[in-house]
Design a binder for this molecule. Structure first.
Ligand SMILES: NC(=O)c1ccc[n+]([C@@H]2O[C@H](COP(=O)([O-])OP(=O)(O)OC[C@H]3O[C@@H](n4cnc5c(N)ncnc54)[C@H](OP(=O)(O)O)[C@@H]3O)[C@@H](O)[C@H]2O)c1
Length: 255
């Protein structure tokens, strides 16, 4: 099926990362022109931009001015900006129960996930208001759906993204773009730089125990779901939805 993305301009945040990089490749293969956002991973973003004929743009998305500048820069480089994929995020690896969780880590996690996503959406929605059309795909997590002991900060931030933020924006975007859509993917455990250090054999056995499809996702498993949601040909009547890509995961093995 032709997703109708040929010639469309898409900004992918976190394109220097595993999932954002895979999203970039899939969109480029569908003929989209991509602005690849990075924070610290300039080399990775520039290498991939060279490969797919895109442009690499840096920003710390926790910083209001940098997030605000990213969207016009992407629109200018691509000539048009039809969609925005908000994949940038941080999962703090250390397992810390809430009783011992510092306010500093709580704030840092919320800022790097929820606030960064808010700032990305705000900047992009200003562009949508100018051009009258647009599409957003957020990246949540199964942590936001099932919780994640030892990572309540991350789970709460992701739940806010795929809950209150998504559901509010689905009704706001149409005020400025009658066919504007916003959806989210909620990946389960996925092979990327974020998880390479924790996905040993025992952990993989535990996390796949509640999944009928017993494997850790690849970044391209997530990317094809994102591409579908970006496509107004394939998903033109789909908005406010969370597409979970986690092999049918039913929850956690607690003991
Ligand atoms: N991997 C998983 O198992 C998994 C599961 C569920 C959900 N997710 C979500 O999927 C998304 C992508 O994760 P991934 O697996 O691709 O991880 P990754 O490879 O670590 O990529 C994370 C991306 O976020 C960017 N980023 C981090 N802090 C930032 C900041 N302050 N400002 C701007 N960008 C920032 C990074 O930029 P630089 O590298 O350039 O600094 C990188 O591009 C995240 O939202 C993550 O929470 C991942």
């Amino acid at each position: 099926m032709d997703l109708g993305l040929q010639g469309q301009g898409v900004l992918v945040t976190g394109a220097s990362g595993g999932i954002g990089g895979a999203v970039t490749r899939v969109l480029a293969a569908e003929g989209a022109r991509v602005a690849l956002h990075y924070h610290r991973g300039r080399d990775a973003a520039e290498a991939l931009a060279g490969e797919v004929g895109g442009v690499a743009l840096g920003a710390d998305l926790r910083a209001e001015a940098e997030a605000d500048a990213l969207v016009p820069a992407a629109a200018e480089h691509l000539g048009r900006l039809d969609a925005c994929v908000a994949s940038a995020g941080v999962w703090p690896a250390e397992d810390v129960p809430v009783g011992e969780l510092s306010l500093e880590r709580w704030r840092a996690t919320v800022e790097a996930n929820l606030t960064a996503t808010f700032l990305t959406c705000r900047a992009y929605l200003r562009h949508v208001a100018r051009v009258g059309h647009g599409c957003i795909v957020l990246v949540g997590s199964t942590a936001g759906l099932f919780g994640e002991a030892g990572h309540a900060d991350y789970a709460a931030a992701k739940a806010a993204i795929t809950g209150g933020l998504l559901l509010s924006l689905k009704n706001e975007i149409v005020r400025v773009a009658p066919l504007g859509r916003i959806n989210a993917v909620a990946p389960g455990w996925t092979s990327s730089a974020m998880t390479t250090d924790v996905l040993d054999e025992v952990t993989v056995g535990r996390i796949t125990a509640t999944m009928p499809l017993r494997k850790v996702a690849t970044a391209s498993d997530i990317a094809s779901a994102v591409a579908y949601l970006c496509s107004s040909t394939a998903a033109g009547h789909v908005t406010g939805q969370v597409l979970t890509v986690a092999g049918g995961m039913e929850g956690r093995v607690l003991r």
